[in-house]
Design a protein around this ligand. Structure first.
Ligand code: GDP
Ligand code: MG
Length: 340
């Protein structure tokens, strides 16, 4: 690592500092490095907004989940699963980090959906204290350049060179960083891997000084300002796209029809949730259901298991599939009980 240290030191210029990752490969587990509890008076507190921006698939959601320390945004191998602006919150010592995850900037098509995605990106980065511009280490494409071109000048921007674990020829990183320095006045370079816990801790330390001294916006133990109902629809949505691969159009949505908590002496918290996957065509419906209903069953089971963890509850989940154009359609339904 000393070698890479030296190369990166050579690549830096001006006020930019390359912060280096260790080689330690540790799971993301925020609880393990929680600081000893101590309270901070409002005048000691620091708090600010951090946008996580980049083209699809560079690891924005993975990064935010790791920074927050719990899975709250949705990740998938497929691009564009994050359609909404999602915030994640991490409070560590006197600093509260409020993260904004953004949909990747669409460059291929300009449908109405893509236009609204682009607006979300711009809305998200206009009013933040710090931008984390995420790219894949060693790569910079036209799509990256388009996202970068949206940034208003004046907001400190860190270049997050993610997926460093995938770069086998590390000697190529120094010249690449020099090239990146020519493209934009990045405040700092951070080569790292969103999947390494030490890198995540280091990144939190790098971000903290950019946040203004002001009282926290949220409670110290809050993780997101999204509702549990929203998390439920996003979780079903993630499983839907994970199990249908690239076959299903992104116009498919998930609607939560029922989200109820029932008193249950036996199991503590018990949630009854009904979700409807709304697709465009009969063919898509068949795709979601799969042979003998197997695929819908997998979607439903995995969503239920994840929701039980996210909500800290026993979950009874029903998932229906409907074709947008035909409500009279026989809706396929899968129930996923909280007991198996
Ligand atoms: P987003 O579209 O930018 O939100 O990207 P995601 O967070 O959904 O990640 C896209 C893919 O990259 C997923 O398969 C992640 O597991 C993977 N990924 C994210 N960060 C890293 C990393 O640091 N190293 C490696 N090897 N894969 C990563
Ligand atoms: Mg994402």
């Amino acid at each position: 690592m000393a070698e890479l240290d030296a190369m990166l030191a050579a690549a830096k210029s001006g006020a930019s500092v390359a912060r280096l990752p260790d080689d330690a490969d540790t799971p993301n587990d925020a609880a393990a490095d929680a600081p000893p509890p101590r309270s901070y008076a409002p005048e000691e507190q620091r708090c600010g907004l951090i946008a996580i921006v980049g083209k699809p698939n560079v690891g924005k959601s993975t990064l935010m989940n790791a920074l927050v320390g719990q899975k709250i945004s949705i990740t998938s191998r497929k691009a564009q699963t994050t359609r909404h602006r999602i915030t994640g919150i991490r409070t560590q010592a006197e600093t509260q980090f409020v993260f904004v995850d953004t949909p990747g900037f669409q460059t291929k098509h300009s449908t109405a959906l893509n236009k609204s995605l682009n607006k979300t990106v711009m809305g998200a980065i206009g009013d933040v204290d710090l931008i984390l511009f995420v790219v894949e280490a060693g790569s910079f494409t036209l799509a990256d350049a388009k996202v970068l071109s949206l940034f208003k000048p004046g907001i400190p921007t860190l270049l997050i060179a993610n997926k460093l674990d995938r770069v086998h020829r590390r000697g190529e990183i120094a010249p690449w960083l020099r090239d990146m320095q020519q493209r934009h006045a990045f405040t700092e370079f951070v080569p790292m891997s969103a999947k390494k816990r030490d890198d995540i801790q280091r990144l939190l330390g790098i971000c903290a000084p950019y946040l203004p001294q002001q009282p926290w916006f949220y409670g110290a133990d809050e993780l997101t300002d999204r509702s549990e109902k929203f998390l439920a629809s996003e979780t079903v949505r993630e499983k839907l796209f994970r199990f249908t691969g690239d076959e299903l159009p992104y116009t498919s949505t998930v609607v939560i029809d029922k989200f109820e908590e029932e008193p249950s002496a036996q199991h503590g918290r018990f949630m009854r949730i009904a979700a409807t996957i709304v697709v465009e065509r009969d063919g898509h419906k068949a795709m979601v259901i799969g042979a003998g209903g197997e695929r819908l069953k997998m979607i439903s089971t995995e969503a239920r298991q994840e929701l039980e963890k996210l909500l800290g509850a026993k979950v009874f989940l029903e998932v229906w599939v409907k074709v947008r154009s035909g409500w009279a359609d026989d809706a396929a339904r899968v129930k996923s009980f909280g007991y198996e």
